[in-house]
Design a binder for this molecule. Structure first.
Ligand code: HPA
Length: 280
């Protein structure tokens, strides 16, 4: 695919969204991870667009990922949310994994909030904890920017020094404090999956400085950095990483934990968004 191809595909998607939600100008984009999609149901004056109606928009085959774009207002703040995302392990090309985040950024959002389900590597973490992402390790083996660079979208070599915006992190801390939600902080490592890690891999990842592990998020954050959109990230620690508990890892446990914390998660997100909205 040529670089102008990417631009025209992104713009075709943006045009379709604008047709379906005329005049709607989202300020914040939200990507809701495994089991965390319920938040989108609370939006007011919502316009729902199934991914299948958006040209080139990849669709997820994973249980717990709904596959809908929901545009609407959250306490007056115009937001666009993705209920469900795709992953590299589903067989998509790197550019395709980054494509939805490109579309959100191209819609003109000023902030991207990424969320995910993750395994806890840090031994202080407990199942059900929420973790503000301070930085990441891209060990997924690919980068969504590989291919010709589209200069109209961003530079060839984007800076990643503040991939998770320090001011947003501060806002997230303040929101957690107000809501009396205990929030952890740490480094998220992304692997390709779909197999979970071995205990030896988890020991290695801890040595490398990772606190939580998952199979998503990083490509979207790289795309946002490329396009100059600031990011905040929240992981839900849905399980202890491999080797840290006697229990076998399963997607069922991941979904059950995400479902159990969804109210606390929504409360934190609500407070965070209302504070964020004032600063945008
Ligand atoms: N490993 C990788 N991805 C995950 C995990 C995990 O333990 N939990 C949720 N997503």
């Amino acid at each position: 695919m040529g670089s102008s191809d990417l631009l025209s595909r992104v713009d075709a998607c943006v045009a379709t969204i604008r047709q379906k939600a005329p005049g709607f100008a989202p300020k914040v984009g939200l990507i809701l991870g495994s089991g965390l999609g319920a938040f989108a149901d609370s939006l007011e004056r919502a316009v729902v667009i199934p991914y299948s109606e958006l040209p080139d928009f990849p669709r997820s085959s994973v249980v717990g990922h709904a596959g809908k774009l929901v545009l609407g207002f959250h306490q007056g703040l115009p937001v666009v949310t993705m209920q469900g995302r795709v992953h590299f392990y589903e067989g998509y090309e790197p550019w395709q994994v980054g494509f939805p985040a490109r579309v959100l950024c191209r819609l003109g959002i000023k902030a991207l909030v990424v969320t995910n389900a993750a395994g806890g590597i840090n031994t202080n973490f407990q199942v059900g904890d929420l973790m503000a992402i301070t930085d990441h390790l891209n060990l997924a083996g690919y980068n969504p920017l590989v291919g010709p660079n589209e200069d109209a979208l961003g530079p060839r070599f984007p800076d990643m020094s503040h991939a998770y915006d320090p001011a947003f992190l501060e806002t997230l801390r303040a929101a957690a404090k107000t809501e009396q939600v205990a929030i952890r902080e740490g480094v998220y490592v992304s692997l390709s999956g779909p197999s979970y890690e071995t205990p030896a891999e988890i020991r290695m990842l801890r040595t490398l400085g990772a606190d939580a592990v998952g199979m998503s998020t990083v490509p979207e954050v790289i795309v946002a950095a490329h396009m100059g959109v600031k990011v905040a990230g929240i992981s839900c620690i849905t399980n202890l990483a491999a080797g840290l508990s006697k229990q076998k890892l399963s997607h069922t446990e991941v979904s059950e934990t995400a479902d159990r914390v969804k109210d606390v998660f929504s409360r934190l997100l609500t407070r965070f968004l209302s504070n964020l909205g004032k600063s945008l």
